[in-house]
Every structure is written in C-alpha cells, then in structure tokens.
Design a protein. Structure first.
Length: 203
C-alpha cells in the first residue's frame, strides 16, 4: 500500500513538473513571438519646396516615425513594415490665395501612414520603397482659426543601416503635393524632403 501511494505521488509530481515546464516554454515562445517587431525613427533635413507660397525654398524639417515590422527583425533582415509618423517645417507666406496671414510664418505639419516594401537587403543594409497617405496641416500661431488641412499621396525611398541589434541609421526622401482652387485660381505646393536620422528597435 505504501509503495502504491509513493508511486501515485511520484506520478502526480512528475505530471505537475511537466505541465509547469511546458507552460513556461509556451509563455517564453509567446513572448519571443512578440519581440523585435516595433521600432522608432527620429530624423531631420531640408525640404525642397516649389510653388508660389513662399520665397523660402529649403526650410529645415524634423520629425519621427513609429514602425511595425511584418516579420521579427532578428530573423529576417530588414523586413517590410508599416510606418506611422509626422514631420514639420515652417515658411513665411507670400501667397494671398491661401487663408493665411501674408508675411507671417506658417507651420506645415505632415502626418502620414506609409507601407514600406523591402526591395533589397544584406546583413547590415536595407533599401525600401513606400507609398501611403499624408494629412498636411497649415497653421499660424497668431491666427489659429485659419487651419487648413490637405490630403496627399506620399511616396518614399528609404535606406537603412544596422549599427547594432538595437541601433541604426536611416535616410529617406519623401514627395507630396498640395493642390487647391481658391476663387477660381489654381495653386500648388510641391514638397520633396530629404531626412537623415537614427533608428531604435523598441521591442
């Protein structure tokens, strides 16, 4: 009887330990599957502007992006990803066709969501092309009532360089354009932006 009880206790303990180890492994694998998917970029650089809005043609831009990769970056070098971010620059307006104070600084704020497709990669380098949508807001600090929002397609070419498992560098060039008709008059602002920055793999 004693041996039977001892055998029963041994079987129970073995089952409990096996379940605990298996459950721990499942949690570890589940956690692992959620790692190396999320990154962030910060960047700065000039924006080449054409159109009659301002005499300034190369205002400085700055911004950030949050990236969600479609594959873990430790398993697939430079996978495709979705990028959501913003960048800003300002110019002094000279175009009265826009409802902005002429002769005052106007902030351009571009919020975007782009699909970035990997077209070439090595262990340390990755090249992407992207397309998406941007919401461009024009506003003036002294006249906040006149906030104008414009939608635009955004096209992007991007190069990324891996320094460590967490840190990297990036270069991107973006194109977008504002078109508007005001009192029967057509005007446009074309923006070609060159941005250089650093990348960080959050988790």
């Amino acid at each position: 009887m004693f041996n039977l009880k001892l055998l029963s206790i041994s079987v129970f303990l073995y089952s409990a330990i096996t379940f605990a180890v298996t459950d721990s492994a499942d949690v570890t694998q589940s956690t692992y599957r959620l790692q190396n998917f999320f990154g962030a970029d910060i960047y700065t650089g000039p924006t080449m502007v054409t159109g009659g809005f301002s005499d300034q043609k190369n205002p400085n831009s700055y911004g950030f992006a949050l990236n969600v990769f479609f594959m873990p970056v430790d398993q697939v070098p430079f996978p495709s990803y979705m990028s959501i971010g913003n960048y800003n620059f300002s110019m002094v307006s000279k175009d009265s066709s826009y409802p902005m104070p002429v002769g005052q600084e106007v902030l351009f704020s571009s919020s975007f969501m782009n699909l970035m497709v990997s077209i070439y990669s090595t262990h340390n380098w990755g090249l992407y092309v992207g397309v998406g949508y941007s919401l461009i807001s024009l506003l003036n600090d002294k006249d906040t009532k006149n906030i104008q929002n414009y939608g635009s397609q955004q096209y992007e070419l991007q190069a990324r360089y891996k320094i460590t498992d967490r840190w990297g560098m990036n270069y991107r060039t973006k194109w977008q354009q504002i078109n508007q008709y005001q009192s029967g008059k057509f005007s446009f602002i074309e923006m070609w932006t060159h941005l250089v920055g650093v990348s960080y793999l959050i988790f």
